[in-house]
Each structure stands twice: as structure tokens, then as C-alpha cells.
Write a protein that binds this ligand. Structure first.
Ligand code: PNS
Length: 161
């Protein structure tokens, strides 16, 4: 059985993530979506449990997707869970430099290959951090995240606006 690993912070999951995971699930028997416990970038807006819960809600319709979390090196987690491939979305050239470097490092460490799926152009401008920013200041993110995620953002920031 071919298992693909889709890692990320998912703070929160966006329509762009959803598209990549759904497309990955068409090419692999089993897709393991792994949420990093402590994103390096900054303190997350949503707890690990909330980020996992949102992913479970929005991916409930895809039977070969599982949601989990990890800490430490991604390749250690991949090896422990029998994932032979890492799959990431590529939005733009700006993603490429960093993703190439990470893919090469992960391969050097473990022999695990990284595959890239081109982001749907409709979502190429989307990132969790921009969605958080827009939602924080009362902007409409309903076309950028699934309805259940929009609701949580509204609950989180609603009182501030
Ligand atoms: O959604 P993000 O924040 O872009 O995801 C980044 C993530 C979690 C995929 C990346 O930071 C990661 O793999 N971190 C785990 C630590 C690790 O293995 N570092 C070495 C990678 S070369």
C-alpha cells in the first residue's frame, strides 16, 4: 500500500490545502495528513487539537485520508508510519526555493522522495497566515476556507471586530 504524507501547520486549513490533499488522495492508497505540533514560525492561532479537528471535519468525505500530528523531524515520523512519499503543494516560485531545499534535505536524511502538486491557480495567493490576518481585521474569508473553518475564525475574532 502506497502511503503519502502531507505535512503542515494547517493554522488553519485553507481551500488550497484541501485541494492538494484531495488530489493526493486520488494518486495514493493512503494519505496521512500530519499537523506539526509547534510550528517554527510563531505561536499558532489554533491549538493542535483544533487544527486536527478542522482537518477531520473538512476531509470527512475522503475515505483514504487520516489525520495525525507530529513533532521533531518529519522524516522520522514518515519512517515510523511507513510513508514512502511526502506530497506538498507548490504555489509560486517563492515556494520553490524553500521547498526544493527541504525536499533535498529530507531525501538526504532518509531517501524519502518529495512530490509536488501544482496549486490550483484559483488558490495560488492563499496562505494560512494571510487568511488569519484578513479574518483578524474582519475581512471576508468565506471563499478561502471551508465554511466550518470560516465559522471558527469568526468565533475567534468576532468579538474583536
Ligand atoms: O505548513 P508549513 O508551516 O509550511 O509546514 C512546514 C513543515 C511542518 C512541513 C516543515 O516545517 C517541517 O517539515 N517541519 C518538521 C521539522 C523538520 O523535519 N525539519 C527539517 C526539514 S528539511
Amino acid at each position: 500500500m502506497a502511503t503519502a504524507l502531507c505535512p503542515g501547520s494547517f493554522d488553519p486549513v485553507t481551500n488550497g490545502h484541501l485541494d492538494i490533499i484531495e488530489r493526493t488522495a486520488r494518486h495514493f492508497d493512503d494519505v496521512l495528513v500530519a499537523v506539526i505540533r509547534n510550528p517554527q514560525k510563531s505561536a499558532p492561532l489554533f491549538t493542535l487539537a483544533e487544527r486536527e479537528e478542522m482537518l477531520r471535519e473538512v476531509l470527512a468525505h475522503v475515505p483514504n485520508v487520516r489525520i495525525d500530528h507530529f513533532k521533531g523531524l518529519l522524516v522520522d515520523y514518515a519512517r515510523e508510519h511507513g510513508a514512502e512519499s511526502i506530497v506538498k503543494g507548490l504555489r509560486a516560485i517563492s515556494d520553490f526555493d524553500y521547498e526544493l531545499q527541504m525536499g533535498q534535505m529530507n531525501h538526504q536524511l532518509s531517501g524519502i522522495d518529495t512530490f509536488f502538486i501544482t496549486t490550483n491557480p484559483a488558490y495560488s495567493f492563499l496562505s494560512s497566515s494571510l487568511v488569519r490576518d484578513v479574518a483578524r481585521f474582519g475581512g471576508d474569508v468565506s471563499s478561502m476556507v471551508p465554511p466550518s473553518v470560516a465559522k471558527r475564525l469568526d468565533e475567534r475574532f468576532g468579538a474583536d471586530n
